[in-house]
Write a protein that binds this ligand. Structure first.
Ligand code: COA
Length: 331
C-alpha cells in the first residue's frame, strides 16, 4: 500500500509577554516607524526567564494533538535553533512533557528552514511506515540569543512555537504533502551565526566566545528572496501547478519586504502571501507552523486551497513544500 503523510492538525503557542516596537524604542536607538516600514513588525512575544523552548514546544504540540482529538504520536521532531541546552536534544524532553513515553524523538537544526526540514524527515518516516502519527514542532526562544546592544537583530526576532500533526493517509487526500524541495549552501555559513559553542579555529571576527546571534542583514535579504522564489518554482514545476494556482504562499516570516519581493518575482498577487509577522516577528523555525495556525484559526485557509510553504535560513538552507489544504478540526 502506498502511504502519504497528511496534515491532521495545526496549532501555535506564544508566550504571554508582548514586546511592542515602542518598548524596544526605549531600549535601542530605533523607532516604531522604522521597524514597521523596514520589517512589517509591530510586536513580538518574549519568554520570561525560566521558560524554555521545550515548554513552548510542548504547549503547541499538546494543542495540535487536542485539535486532532488524539492522545498519541509515535514520533516527535523538534526544529529549533535555541534548544534547551546543546546536548541532549530538546525533542525527548518535549515528548516526555507530552506524556509520550518511549517514542522516537530528535531535533533538526536548519535555523529558519528548520520546520521544512523537520516536516520532510517526519513525512518520510510516515510514508515509510516507520511512524503512524508524527508531531513536527518548530519552537524558539530567540530572545535569549540576542545581543542586548544590537538594534538590528533586537527588533526582528520573537519567541513562539508551532506544531503540525502528520498522520498516514492515501495519495491525493487533501492535506498530503505533495512535493518537498530542500537545499543548502555552506559557502553562506557566515551570513547567520552563533559562534559561542563552535569547535575549531575558524571563528571569524566575532571571536570564539561570542554567544550572540549575528546576521548580515542585507545579504540574507537578497539570498532569501532568490532561494524562496526558486524553491517555490521547483515545487510548482514538479506538480505541474502554475503560479496562479497558489491560493496561499506561506513564506518564512523574516521581513514583510522579503515576502513582497518573493510574490513580485513570482508574479503572484501580494495578498496571496499569508502574513502574521506584524504580530509575532521572526520566530525562526516556529515561523511557518505559526503562520499556518494563524491562517487556520482566522479561517483564511480553507479546504481545497493550494498552499506552498517556503523558507530560507542559516546554513544557508532553503526549501519549499506544497499541499492542498485539508478540512481541519477547529476547537
Ligand atoms: N532602527 C533604526 N535604524 C536601524 C535599525 C533599527 N532597528 N537597524 C538598522 N538600522 C539602520 C542601519 O544602521 C543603517 O543605517 P546607516 O544607513 O546609517 O548605516 C540603516 O538602518 C540601513 O541598514 P540596513 O541593514 O541596510 O537596513 P535594511 O533596510 O537592509 O534592513 C534588516 C535591515 C535586518 C531589517 C533587513 O536587512 C532584513 O530583514 N534582512 C533579513 C533578515 C532575516 O531575515 N534574518 C533571519 C534569517 S532568515
Amino acid at each position: 500500500m502506498i502511504r502519504t503523510a497528511v496534515v491532521a492538525a495545526v496549532a501555535g503557542h506564544l508566550p504571554p509577554r508582548v514586546v511592542t516596537n515602542h518598548d524596544l524604542a526605549l531600549r535601542f536607538d530605533t523607532t516604531d516607524e522604522w521597524i514597521r516600514a523596514r520589517t512589517g513588525i509591530a510586536r513580538r512575544h518574549h519568554v520570561d526567564p525560566g521558560t524554555t523552548t521545550s515548554d513552548l514546544a510542548a504547549r503547541a504540540g499538546r494543542r495540535a494533538l487536542e485539535n486532532a482529538g488524539e492522545e498519541q504520536a509515535d514520533l516527535v521532531v523538534v526544529a529549533t535553533t535555541t534548544p534547551d541546552r546543546p546536548c541532549p536534544a530538546t525533542a525527548p524532553t518535549v515528548a516526555t512533557k507530552l506524556g509520550l513515553t518511549g517514542v522516537a524523538a530528535y531535533d533538526v537544526s536548519a535555523v529558519c528552514t528548520g520546520f521544512l526540514y523537520a516536516l520532510h524527515t517526519a513525512a518520510t518516516a510516515v510514508q515509510a511506515g516507520a511512524a503512524r502519527r508524527a508531531l513536527v514542532i518548530g519552537a524558539e526562544t530567540f530572545s535569549t540569543l540576542l545581543d542586548p546592544s544590537d538594534r538590528t537583530t533586537g527588533v526582528i526576532f520573537g519567541d513562539g512555537a508551532g506544531a503540525v500533526l502528520l498522520r498516514a493517509g492515501e495519495p491525493g487526500e487533501p492535506g498530503s504533502l505533495e512535493s518537498v524541495h530542500l537545499g543548502s549552501d555552506g559557502t553562506m555559513a557566515d551570513l547567520i551565526t552563533v559562534r559561542g559553542r563552535a569547535a575549531g579555529p575558524d571563528h571569524g571576527d566575532a571571536g570564539p566566545d561570542d554567544p550572540y546571534f549575528r546576521m548580515q542583514g542585507p545579504q540574507v535579504f537578497g539570498a532569501a528572496v532568490r532561494h524562496m522564489t526558486q524553491s517555490t518554482r521547483n515545487v510548482l514545476d514538479e506538480l505541474g501547478w502554475s503560479v496562479a494556482d497558489i491560493d496561499h504562499l506561506i513564506g518564512h516570516q523574516a521581513n514583510n519586504r522579503i515576502l513582497h519581493a518573493v510574490t513580485e518575482r513570482l508574479g503572484l498577487p501580494a495578498q496571496r502571501a499569508l502574513v502574521n509577522i506584524d504580530r509575532v516577528g521572526n520566530t525562526a523555525a516556529a515561523s511557518i507552523p505559526l503562520a499556518m495556525a494563524h491562517g487556520h484559526d482566522t479561517g483564511r485557509l480553507r479546504k481545497g486551497q493550494r498552499v506552498v510553504l517556503t523558507a530560507f535560513g542559516g546554513g544557508a538552507t532553503w526549501g519549499a513544500a506544497a499541499l492542498t489544504w485539508p478540512d481541519l478540526p477547529r476547537l
